[in-house]
Design a protein around this ligand. Structure first.
Ligand code: PLP
Length: 370
């Protein structure tokens, strides 16, 4: 049996005609940039996220950078983030001349350890970025408290967690601002690159819009040196087809995660994902921990099961961040998780028989058949 990591073909086959209609709507409308589809998607996504505003963006990295810009971050400022995030979180800070400052993560959830935040923040800390990694909401109450005490802003990196909650509140609605990604494999994926910024603050909404549209509020008037980071009209039309289905897909991911939990708990030294009290998880990724990660991944590959590692390196372990290499050893939990984490196939259409097969292969590995 072959078990793919994702199955976008199946996902899209279910809505092929709706997607084709969306394409034709834009083709007929002939308004390809910042047209009615972008406006409608922004309103619908804001409502979905329970925020006052949403701004469509070119991708998640740009959404993060635009948010930092809107918060006034620039040269010399520090941006605190977990050590084990996707590189985009750090790149967004670097891109605008700020410095990423890393924090270790909680062993069980792999999320930023809010108990360590106090040591990381200083006067230079303009922003704290909690990353709702793998689809689980961070401990926003404590993170927000530390940020407020220090006079820092909170920017949620919500690329992986659309639909998760912390104490009943939606991710993407709790920080001063939030950035998300609609990369095709995300829980809400476009048919290409796309992203969004969400906020309850009218001023931040205006600044993000202005920066992402060449620094312009009115055509040919440019008040700031901006960029072109706009959401494409076609992608907005596709995203509008998918958004109403997102809660259902997240439910299907949760059901698959519970099934994995039951099938895998107790096999070898596997640790199944832990959900913190107060948080919910939308399982963008289903990540297990095992000390035999690389051997297990190789075995599953041989058996036709596709797995990935999120992420094999912490931020300070990348060549791109060689200026941080002296920090090796400073984030022991994140560094260990980079060696032990394994992401199993996870998507809304994962079948019970595929999951049973994955579990069977893992059981065979730990019973010494590998
Ligand atoms: C945590 C995180 N932040 C930011 C991004 C960047 O999003 P994009 O790929 O749309 O630039 C991603 C996704 O790739 C991500 O997983």
């Amino acid at each position: 049996m072959n078990v793919p990591f994702l199955n976008l073909g199946l996902l899209h086959s279910e809505m092929r005609s709706e997607l084709s209609d969306a394409f034709e709507r834009v083709l007929d409308n002939q308004h390809f940039v910042l047209g009615s589809e972008v406006g409608a998607f922004e309103r619908e996504f804001a409502q979905w996220t329970t925020t006052n505003y949403a701004v469509g963006t070119s991708n998640g990295l740009d959404a993060l950078a635009m948010s930092l810009k809107a918060l006034g971050v620039g040269h010399g400022d520090e941006v605190v983030m977990p050590a084990n995030t996707y590189i985009a979180t750090a790149l967004a800070a670097s891109q605008i001349g700020a410095k990423p400052v890393l924090v270790d993560v909680d062993e069980k959830t792999a999320l930023m350890d809010s108990n360590l935040l106090g040591e990381a923040v200083r006067q230079e800390t303009k922003v704290i970025i909690p990353v709702h990694l793998y689809g689980q909401a961070c401990q926003m109450t404590e993170i927000t408290r530390v940020a407020r005490e220090n006079g820092s802003y909170v920017l949620e990196d919500n690329a992986q967690a659309q639909g998760a909650t912390w104490e009943g509140k939606h991710t993407g609605s709790m920080g001063d601002v939030a950035a998300t990604s609609f990369y095709p494999g995300k829980n809400l994926g476009a048919l290409g690159d796309a992203g969004a910024v969400t906020t309850n603050d009218a001023m931040i909404d205006t600044k993000v819009r202005e920066f992402g549209n060449y620094g312009s509020k009115r055509k040919y008037e440019h008040d700031v040196k901006g960029a072109n980071m706009r959401l494409d009209e076609l992608q907005a039309a596709f995203l509008r087809v998918k958004l109403p289905k997102l809660h259902g897909w997240n439910d299907q991911r949760r059901a698959s995660a519970s099934r994995y939990d039951e099938l895998l708990g107790g096999l070898g030294d596997i640790q199944i994902p832990t959900i913190a009290l107060g948080a919910t998880h939308v399982y963008h990724l289903y990540v297990i921990q095992t000390s035999r990660r690389d051997d297990l991944a190789a075995w599953l590959h041989k058996k036709g099961v596709v797995t990935l590692v999120h992420y094999p390196r912490c931020i300070h372990e990348h060549k791109a961040y060689s200026e941080l290499e002296g920090l090796k050893g400073a984030f022991p939990v994140a560094e260990r998780l980079a060696q032990t984490s394994l992401s199993l196939p996870m998507h809304p259409h994962l079948t019970e028989s595929e999951q049973a097969y994955v579990a069977e292969c893992i059981a065979a590995f730990f019973s010494g058949q590998a």
